[in-house]
Design a protein around this ligand. Structure first.
Ligand code: TXA
Ligand code: MG
Length: 330
């Protein structure tokens, strides 16, 4: 059992990076900041460590993990790049983009981490703390977001602590993260697919590729054992409080998640109220999304009413996360 571990929290820095790498090498679980959200890392080559990671998160084992690597050479040791992948890697790495690619024959990432698929999801994070740990370890690190499965993703070390204390070994505190939504995931198949909208907006990707990128055919249901884009479970990123989207006015007892300079009517009486971006900036909204959801969840309102968010740029990723947060939890 991972429950009952002593979880250390250390400020980021050179000695912490060395300690984190040692801990990972010994099969430990280390949460650390990336530019998107905090990740919960395990040495990608150690099946036992990965099994403990799934257990600590309470994650369904069919949901595969992203392998984080330090540089392109390391990425090419585990994944086979085609022309699409090369273009995207060149344009957006290091950064909030994940590529799903065929595994190489000698890919060191454990099968447990890829859930038995013959593809692997790879990314080079841009955050200095993540990069220091990757360099120290010299191996890929698999890292899902450092929250209990189905909870809101963590954008600060305290969020990780509140979900995972007693279940993991170390939390590296590098302060709040800059992007705030997870990486964009592109399946680099013969026809590339946007598997998850995220920190790199769709239009930036389409500009680099010179053509539009489609979404996978249908949302697989939560009980399908082998979804096409696993992890695209309907209910995800969920606060415990009910979430109501595209609110036009606030009902009694509701908390408000606002966007832009003009709060909807009824908002004076909100149980709690936070604005993703009072100036209507989608980048600022993405950075605030998960911490605001957490804070409003703690207000024990009857529901969290969310104002509508434009769908352009990072709005696609924000709306994707909000839609998942709004799916009823049984
Ligand atoms: O920004 C991020 O991507 C963060 C930070 C920590 O890097 N990580 C993250 O990981 O969001 P996670 O585990 O919460 O989401 C990974 C997603 C899941 O939806 C998973 O199903 C998908 O990546 N995925 C992983 N491997 C895949 C594969 N081989 N084929 C298709 N989807 C894959
Ligand atoms: Mg996640």
């Amino acid at each position: 059992m991972t429950v009952g571990l002593t979880t250390k929290m250390l400020p980021a820095g050179p000695t912490t990076a060395a300690e984190a790498a040692r801990c990972l090498l010994n099969g430990g679980l280390v949460a650390f900041p990336t530019e998107t959200v905090y990740g919960l890392g395990a040495d990608a080559t150690q099946p036992e460590a990965i099994a403990r990671l799934y257990q600590a998160k309470g994650r369904p084992s069919f949901n595969p993990l992203i392998a984080h690597v330090a540089d392109l050479a390391a990425a090419e040791r585990i994944a086979r790049f085609n022309a699409t992948a090369r273009k995207l890697a060149e344009a957006f790495w290091p950064g909030p983009l994940t590529l799903v690619l065929p595994k190489t024959a000698n890919c060191v990432v454990a099968d447990l981490a890829t859930a038995g698929l013959d593809t692997v999801a790879v990314r080079i994070p841009a955050h200095a703390v993540a990069r220091d740990i990757l360099r120290e370890l010299g191996r890929p690190i698999v890292a899902p977001s450092a929250n209990r499965s189905g909870h809101v993703s963590p954008t600060a070390a305290e969020h990780v602590a509140s979900d995972l204390t007693g279940r993991i070994d170390l939390i590296v505190d590098g302060g709040p993260v800059p992007v705030g939504v997870e990486s964009t995931i592109i399946g680099c198949f013969d026809t590339p697919l946007l598997l998850r909208p995220g920190g790199v907006p769709r239009d930036a990707i389409e500009r680099v590729l010179g053509h539009a990128v489609g979404r996978p055919p249908e949302e697989p249901d939560a009980h399908s054992s082998q979804p096409l884009a696993p992890g695209m479970l309907a209910s995800h990123y969920a606060p415990r409080t009910k979430v109501r989207l595209n609110a036009q006015r606030l009902a009694d007892g509701e908390a408000l998640l606002a966007f832009g300079p003009d709060p909807i009517s009824g908002s004076d009486a909100a149980a709690a109220s936070l604005n993703l971006s009072a100036r209507g900036d989608l980048t600022e909204a993405a950075a605030n999304l998960f911490s605001h959801l957490r804070a409003l969840d703690a207000a024990h309102a009857t529901a969290i009413a969310v104002m509508s968010i434009p769908h352009d740029g990072l709005g696609e990723a924000i709306n994707d996360r909000l839609r998942r947060a709004a799916v009823p939890q049984d």
